[in-house]
Ligand binder design. Structure first.
Ligand code: EPU
Length: 456
């Protein structure tokens, strides 16, 4: 049987990006290669904790969540190797034991992934110490669905300030209904249900392609999971799971970001690895706004097809228009003729980034009403969750600070579409989800005047 061999120091810690200075006004032209999805690979790694066997993920990205999950697996005594020459990560969680809480809380507030360790650790050790979650500041982002689901499965959960302490002699399958089809809570139930005793039935589950990818990995490991009609997922618990080898799914959010960058700068980008089936809703809207694309087995080429036109979009859970596509798309809408409407229904606070776009010359007005579609969960609240974008407005370069991952990428697109120079600070936030961003931009012909890094 294959085993992981630790190569100490094989991978030097990357320097974090601080700021870049760019000169806009040039089309982005060329090819970029999509890497494994930020929102699946760290979770595939967590699944490896369900077994003592060797697990392997190919096409893994070098991003912060992968680093954090690596550190947590190692704290539990698992072995992780990350071969940057082949882009493969291997995990072997053979002899694991609970670490000290003081070591675990180093990761408090850093990521939303660690809470997903709950199920695998309860199955293997009967207890789990989990750092409190963090992640981008785009809403309150509670984890109440996760905690309620774990309690229903039989876990005792104590919040200890900077971490959760969970205990369970065993988890027992049950019926769980989510108030909202949360991606993370669905993954939580999958990872906890696979080795629970009996059957777990999850209603109102999320069914994003990232969830299906997780189910595929778990099925390879020996799990029995069916995705039924009407958002019901049924998990038949098994006593033992084994290792897996998996090619990470390509990052469709990264693909959508580059598509918007191509159209906003009037360029042409071949996104190698982009898959039509994961992006059909995006492709429809992209075409309606005046973008165009050519699809091949290897990927998708994105470009602009004449003048951009105003449209209306509403973010939603799959198969709707993803909330993570909204921010780069809004930059496109600033260049479209007429008034576009954007209704954000997934997060209550995902328009924080538009103020800086307005400083660059965009005309974006926020509203607390549900504009352009159905009433959402935020109807009648004060959350500014709808936007009217009036265009086209020429953008001017300026100094901007990245607020969150997707908002940050939208600033990069805006700066590249703008006339003049921009300084974009806190680029490290973008690096959390977009691997080798500077190299990729340079490869597409972006004029990057200065790159400042902070030593790790
Ligand atoms: N929610 C609750 N309680 C919970 C869990 C979620 O109220 O216990 C709410 C959230 O506050 C939000 C909604 O449910 O309003 C949806 O949240 P969800 O749980 O689906 O999001 P997540 O799992 O935390 C993942 C991605 C996000 C992506 C969303 C939606 C990861 C690490 N993150 O977050 O990605 O926007 O699903 O598709 O997978 C990003 O990549 O920039 C990003 C934010």
């Amino acid at each position: 049987m294959k085993t992981a061999t630790k190569v100490e120091g094989a991978k030097p810690k990357a320097e974090a990006l601080d700021y870049i200075r760019v000169e806009g006004g040039r089309p982005l032209v060329g090819e970029i290669v999509l890497r494994g999805a930020k929102n699946t690979v760290p979770k595939n790694m967590v699944a490896a904790m369900l077994t003592e066997d060797f697990c392997q993920i190919d096409n893994a990205p070098e991003i912060e969540d992968v680093e954090i999950v690596t550190k947590i697996i190692e704290l539990y005594g698992g072995m992780v190797t990350n071969d940057t020459t082949t882009d493969s990560i291997t995990i072997e969680a053979k002899d694991i034991k609970t670490p000290k809480a003081k070591d675990m809380v180093t990761y408090t507030g850093k990521s939303r992934i660690p809470i997903l360790f709950a199920g695998p650790l309860l199955a293997r050790l009967g207890e789990a110490i989990i750092p409190m979650p963090g992640g981008c500041d785009i809403g309150s982002r509670p984890v109440d669905f996760h905690i309620t689901a774990l309690e229903k499965l039989g876990a005792k959960v104590e919040a200890k300030g900077d971490h959760y302490l969970l205990k369970a002699d065993k988890l027992v399958g049950t019926k769980i209904k989510l108030d909202y089809p949360s991606v993370g809570a669905t993954e939580q139930v999958l990872l906890a249900g696979v080795m629970a005793e009996g059957v777990t039935e999850l209603s109102n589950a999320a069914v994003e392609p990232e969830i299906i990818d997780q189910i595929a990995v778990l099925q390879r490991m020996g799990a029995i999971i069916s995705v039924d009609t009407d958002r019901v997922i049924t998990v038949v618990g098994v006593q033992e799971l084994h290792g897996y080898s998996h090619e990470a799914m390509p990052d469709r959010n990264e693909a959508a970001s580059w598509a918007c960058a191509a159209a906003a700068t009037n360029g042409r980008i071949f996104v190698r690895g982009a898959r039509q089936l994961d992006m059909m809703t995006f492709l429809n809207k992209f075409r309606q706004v005046g973008g165009e694309f050519d699809i091949s087995e290897e990927g998708i080429t994105f470009y602009r097809n004449g003048q951009l036109k105003s449209i209306s979009i509403e973010t939603d859970v799959h198969p709707g228009f993803m909330t993570d596509w909204q921010q780069p798309f809004v930059v496109l809408l600033t260049q479209a003729h007429g008034a576009s409407i954007v209704h954000e229904t997934v997060y209550e606070n995902r328009f924080g980034y538009v103020e800086a776009l307005n400083q660059m010359g965009a005309k974006i007005q926020l509203y607390n009403k549900c504009l352009g579609g159905n009433d959402c969960r935020y109807s009648g609240t004060n959350y500014m969750h709808s936007a009217v974008v009036t265009g086209p407005t020429p953008l001017k370069g300026t100094d901007i600070t990245v607020p969150d991952l997707r908002g940050g990428f939208s600033y990069v697109i805006a700066a590249l579409a703008a006339s003049g120079e921009s300084k974009i600070s806190q680029m490290a936030v973008i690096n959390r989800g977009y691997e080798h961003i500077v190299d990729k931009l340079r490869g597409l012909g972006a004029k990057i005047l200065e790159v400042k890094t902070i030593k790790g």
